[in-house]
Design a protein around this ligand. Structure first.
Ligand SMILES: *Cc1c(COP(=O)(O)O)cnc(C)c1O
Length: 486
């Protein structure tokens, strides 16, 4: 299997060659030259597999340049009950992503797939934990090392640090805006004592942190000398690791391959739902893929109208589902590539228009950039939007009816899923975080705190390790130079 860029110009690459990188050299995103197909016989056989073995079966189709025995060691090490603590009584820990029915109304069934039982209590662990092991394995083979430099406002940074802690050949330098993360998120990151993790609290806001990362990324000499890399959501291995739980959810919700299911996915950068799209392109019988957004509704607008209109940082609202507060969806280009029949020249032109004019229009209206929006249903996509009041109402409703507390992002998913569920087609909502991470809003909705999983009761009281820095690129570079010894 080879990987090509959505903008057409990069040379085809193998899985291991694109693993450590981000964008393709032409600014596009990598995708397989063709999606591997899954047969009915395979699906039947996969019904009996553990999560780790299912991950191996699916990854083998994409990471064709990694020997099967090595891949098995990596998936076994990643998808174990030791990593994915079973946060909920009654679920079998070896299932890793347990599915439960939350609501049944006649023939309409709503289910919740738990993806947040990893070390940082959010779904990003599902992919990031595998990435940590894949990076270590690949760097070992190449006798190379990597210094990950990133900025976080919460979830991504902690998932990356917990995936990379203690890994040979890897250091993590993570900028975060000083005093702007929740006490819980700050404690999660800053309590890490591993020698290869460097938390840097920047006197500024998240955009300052991001600007510092961009400035360093644009300094190619510095990047090369200090072996700087990233782990952002466009990383292909992250997307492919997420494909696995769509298969798992499907296999658990059905008894025969004649049945279909739908998924609703709380969405921001389109990484999670992009994995659902890939599962569907591989032949998984998915009916609908529903993107749920918060007040930052770039994606909902596109899936309702065919108009993709990115927002500026200033137009991006701070909401109570903050991990979905995005102005442009960084993985969306992968879907657009398929929607346009893999016409890389047109993808390139459309995303040049995003940079020059803030978006594009595929609605087919006079003067638009194309009419491919009429094909959206062929790809199963639908969408909806949820705002703060919906979030509170949904959290209260599920708590009152079923004694179930869900996080704010998952609440956006449930709200939108209820608008799209069809009779006879189970609708699976992907749970993207545990409520303890967003406790302020849980307290607003329910008047009491969210339950914390074991081990997190007193996380704020643990000793913290971090350095303070001004929002200054020169200081960041000096810090990296001093701590890498390169
Ligand atoms: C990252 C994140 C999302 C959004 O996922 P994308 O892959 O960016 O669409 C949703 N919810 C939570 C809790 C997250 O951390």
């Amino acid at each position: 299997m080879h990987y090509v860029s959505t903008r057409g110009h990069a040379a085809a690459q193998a899985f291991s060659e694109i693993l450590l990188g981000g964008l393709a050299p032409d600014g596009g995103l990598y995708l397989p030259d063709a999606y591997p197909q899954v047969t009915g016989a395979e699906l039947d056989a996969w019904r009996k597999l553990s999560y780790a073995d299912l991950a191996l079966a699916i990854l083998s189709k994409f990471a064709t340049d990694i020997p099967a025995a090595d891949l098995k060691a990596l998936t076994d090490k990643t998808y174990t009950a030791a990593v994915y603590r079973n946060a909920r009584a009654g679920d079998a820990a070896e299932r890793i992503t347990p599915l439960r029915v939350i609501e049944q109304d006649g023939d309409k069934t709503l289910l919740l797939q738990a993806l947040s039982n990893g070390p940082t209590l959010a779904f990003k662990d599902m992919a990031m934990q595998l990435l940590g092991n894949l990076f270590e394995y690949t760097l070992d083979k190449q006798h190379a090392s990597l210094n990950i430099f990133g900025a976080t406002s919460g979830d991504t940074g902690s998932a990356a640090e917990y995936a990379m802690r203690g890994k040979r050949g890897i250091r993590v330098f993570m900028l975060s805006p000083q005093g702007k993360m929740s006490a819980f998120q700050t404690a999660q990151m800053f309590s890490l004592q591993d020698a290869n993790i460097f938390n840097i609290a920047v006197a500024g806001v998240f955009d300052d942190c991001q600007d510092m990362v961009k400035a360093v990324s644009n300094d190619h000499a510095f990047k090369q000398r200090y072996q700087i890399g990233t782990v952002n959501s466009i990383n292909w291995a992250r997307v492919v690791a997420q494909v696995v739980y769509y298969f798992r959810g499907y296999l658990e919700a059905t008894t025969s391959n004649d049945q279909k299911v739908s998924f609703t996915v709380p969405s921001g950068n389109f990484g999670n739902i992009c994995a659902g799209h890939i599962a569907r392109m591989m032949g998984l019988p998915i009916d609908q893929l529903v993107a749920a957004t918060n007040e930052n509704d770039v994606l909902d607008e596109f899936f309702r109208t065919g108009v993709y209109r990115v927002r500026s940082a200033a137009q991006t609202l701070h909401t109570t589902s903050p991990s979905m507060d995005i102005s442009k969806a960084s993985n969306f280009e992968r879907f657009v590539f398929d929607l346009l029949g893999r016409d890389a020249a047109r993808v390139k032109a459309l995303f040049a228009k995003v940079d020059s004019a803030g978006g594009f229009d595929l609605s087919g209206a006079p003067g638009s950039d194309g009419d491919e929006f009429k094909r959206i249903a062929e790809f199963g996509f639908a969408s909806g939007r949820s705002v703060h009041a919906d979030r509170l109402a949904t959290i209260r409703d599920l708590h009152a009816r079923y004694g179930l507390t869900i996080d704010t992002h998952t609440a956006d998913g449930v709200k939108v899923a209820r608008e799209h569920v069809k009779a006879g087609v189970p609708m699976i909502v992907l749970e993207t975080a545990l409520p303890a991470k967003f406790n302020e809003t849980i307290r607003e909705a329910l008047g009491h705190d969210a339950e914390r999983p074991a081990g997190f009761e007193a996380i704020e009281t643990l000793p913290q390790r971090f350095d303070l820095m001004a929002a200054d690129v020169a200081q960041a570079k000096a810090y990296i130079a001093a701590h890498t010894g390169l």
